[in-house]
Design a protein around this ligand. Structure first.
Ligand SMILES: [Zn+2]
Length: 169
């Protein structure tokens, strides 16, 4: 089992460079709000999206169990602590309204980038619909499949604001 460096390994760098080439701007090793010494690998703080690119060894992927021959207990305990911490971090972020995307290093880079892009565009569309800006929604580039959900949200909001409570005679 390869123990990749925890930061800036080729897996992270290839995903970041593909996102950058597609015009996305993001923060790297961004501190998780409200948690000391914890960072997410990629963040879009404005959209509250946190992305974790987890190495199979350090984060204890089920498909690639660590094959350590020495200090087995030490490594197993360490990986188990990492997994428990990962879970706490994801739950914390969800509680404060962030969207968490987690990927394993064994996943295909293209698929990961596609998922990140569609999530970001979905959030951008939702954010601009919250602002009530129908025009910017029309001009916005959206991933196919996100369109209907966004528009139905807008319709639902409009219906709520237009509807008046029944008048008391
Ligand atoms: Zn794996």
């Amino acid at each position: 089992m390869q123990r990749t460096r925890r930061h800036d390994n080729s897996f992270e760098v290839s995903i970041r460079s593909q996102l950058f080439d597609k015009g996305f701007r993001y923060r790297v090793h961004y501190p998780v709000p409200g948690m000391k010494r914890i960072t997410c690998d990629i963040a879009l703080p404005g959209l509250k999206i946190a992305i974790f690119l987890d190495g199979c060894f350090w984060h204890g992927c089920y498909i690639h169990p660590p094959s350590v021959k020495k200090n087995t207990t030490f490594w197993m305990e360490k990986i188990e602590r990492n997994r428990a911490r990962d879970k706490r971090v994801r739950e914390h972020l969800a509680q404060i309204g962030w969207t968490v995307l987690r990927f394993w290093e064994h996943e295909a880079v293209e698929a990961i980038v596609t998922k990140i892009v569609s999530t970001v565009e979905q959030h951008r569309a939702a954010k601009s619909s919250l602002r009530g800006s129908a025009r910017s929604l029309q001009n916005m580039k959206r991933a196919p499949g996100q369109f209907e959900a966004v528009d139905s949200d807008v319709v639902a909001t409009e219906v709520q604001t237009v509807e008046q409570p029944p008048r008391v005679p």
